[in-house]
Write a protein that binds this ligand. Structure first.
Ligand code: ADP
Ligand code: MG
Ligand code: MG
Length: 205
């Protein structure tokens, strides 16, 4: 009773792997417009490895599940998104510590710490046309609801990802295109929205 257990986090990452698998071609298509056409492949490889890692061990704490997955992403994804998503999950996992159950408000705080670490590592802020344009509004919405409204976080992430289309990229490969990055949705913001949608499904599933 009281909070999310390790199974919820295992479910989250499995659903995330499913979503990534389903959307991989679309993510690569987005990355071919303003990047190097590997985002779908990067994410598929990383989350496939995360899925395999989850199958290996028995039940673990929420923090341990996230930390292990983050480490796996860092070591299996070659692109910028690997270290960034790896940092998100490792930092959030560290914030959760070894508690067996995590209240939603604490998860919101942990995700905030993760997102802050991503911003620091990438030197990016919302509006730069990156994954942060989906992640930051999602964490804002979750925090605002006291860690209860995962559907609001999902909607905020999806809206944030869609809103990257008219932006000019200021970080990552897309920034090399300058003005020509305008008019395309950011691949990383799109995959971030998938990850938050998977979290919503995992919590209520
Ligand atoms: P790469 O650009 O190395 O090929 P991916 O294609 O896997 O890596 O990921 C690209 C995504 O990573 C971008 O769409 C963007 O959302 C995100 N990204 C790139 N650089 C940064 C950064 N400095 N800060 C935050 N996110 C970034
Ligand atoms: Mg790429
Ligand atoms: Mg690349």
């Amino acid at each position: 009773e009281g909070g999310l257990d390790g199974e919820v986090f295992v479910r989250w990452l499995r659903l995330a792997a499913d979503e990534v698998e389903r959307a991989a071609d679309r993510l690569t298509e987005l990355d071919s417009a303003i990047g190097d056409a590997d985002h779908g492949g990067n994410m598929r490889r990383g989350f496939q490895a995360v899925r395999e890692g989850l199958a290996e061990d028995g039940p673990r704490s929420p923090g341990a599940v996230l930390t292990t997955a983050g480490r796996t992403l860092v070591s299996t994804v070659g692109g910028a998104s690997g270290p960034l998503y790896g940092t998100l999950l490792r930092r959030a996992g560290k914030a959760l510590g070894d508690a067996e159950r995590v209240p939603g408000a604490e998860l919101a705080r942990a995700l905030r710490a993760g997102v802050d670490a991503v911003a620091q590592l990438g030197g990016a802020a919302p509006g730069d046309k990156t994954m942060l344009d989906a992640l930051v509004p999602a964490v804002d919405a979750l925090e605002k609801s006291g860690g209860t409204d995962f559907g609001a976080a999902r909607t905020a992430a999806e809206e944030g990802a869609a809103a990257t289309e008219p932006l000019r990229a200021r970080k990552g490969r897309a920034s090399y295109l300058g003005e020509r990055s305008i008019g395309h949705r950011d691949p990383g913001a799109t995959s971030s929205a998938l990850l938050i949608a998977a979290l919503d499904r995992a919590v209520y599933g």
